[in-house]
Write a protein that binds this ligand. Sequence first.
Ligand code: SF4
Length: 394
Amino acid sequence: MRYLKPYFYDSFVCTGGSCPDTCCADWQIMIDEDSLDRYGNEPGEFGKILRNSIDWEEECFYQNDHRCAFLNNENLCDIYRVLGADALCDTCRLYPRHTEEYEGLRELSLSFSCPEATKIILSCKEPIRFLEEETDEEDDFEEFDFMMFSRLEDTRDILFAVLQDRSLSLTLRMAVAEQLAEQFQICMEEQREFDIDDLLRCCRSHQKENTLHVFVSKCLSGKGVNAASLHQWEQQKKELQVLRGLERLRPEWNQILDGAEKWLYQEGREKYQHVCEGFHRMYGALSSHKAEWENLGEQLLMSFVYTYFCGAVYDDMVCSKMELALFSVRWIQEFLIVRWLENGKTLSMQDVEEITWRYAREIEHSDNNLNALEDWLFENYAPEGCILEKTCDE
Ligand code: SF4
């Protein structure tokens, strides 16, 4: 088995009681079979408490006021405190570590929904590198489209090279990434998979010759919406309604959505563009913080593309995997503008981290939300003629 992980993966350590949030509230914490067995047989007084705090039918911990029954007043876990780290169930032991499984390959990542993981990822200044390891383990996939997967992996390598090319503006990198994924999708829909190698060669040679802007305009689709372009009033307003229609995990998320409505969209397009420009002159792409701003976008995009892009091997929705990454970066940036306005035009790294993990908790950490959003992106941003394979529960 091959393992791939970002170079910072092993440096994660839970900050426990110092965490600005907790991962033990608002989510149903599912318990694996081995842990259920152990909890069922735990002796003594604590064993009794354990057994009474588990929903044995749903196989999860009960919650008190949206908090795990074992989360104490110091925001520490009583199972960990009394029985030690070995007694944690898989969910608690592994979080925020995430695994994507492919035949012969496991890709490990840290989830943005954890504040400490977000801090580690967003504080990277150098381009993210991935480390590879090999073990003797074997998996038992019955069906796996290896050809498709290796095309996706090759495409992702090119996407990484473009997204980490700091000689290019972030918006150009995003536009190239979007067009590459879209052209991949078109090749698949038209059953011209053999053209994908040419597409990748073409993109690579444009990058070498410093002419990627030509690659974008050459491939530009007729859909009239370029998801890489930031701050398009109509598009953002439409997408805000999509965000509002998703399942809500935390009440605080409503305040963030209401804040966007109140501060950005109520007073029309011109006012909105004026605000965005003001932000970019102070903190963003037009300011002396440009390199930091673009680094932030790069690390977010790299993480989203690394985690999700190759998952298209299971549903063929290549372009919506890319659109999801672009959408996420655009919206995190949009919410940062709101935070900047709410703060009286200042913004700290803590704000950036908080908006990122709050976004991830609501969108990325809910399968329902992630699938619904991906379906919407496919329906609205995929090249014409593409067929949607529903991923969300009907
Ligand atoms: S969210 Fe992350 S840092 Fe916070 S308690 Fe959970 S694992 Fe630890």
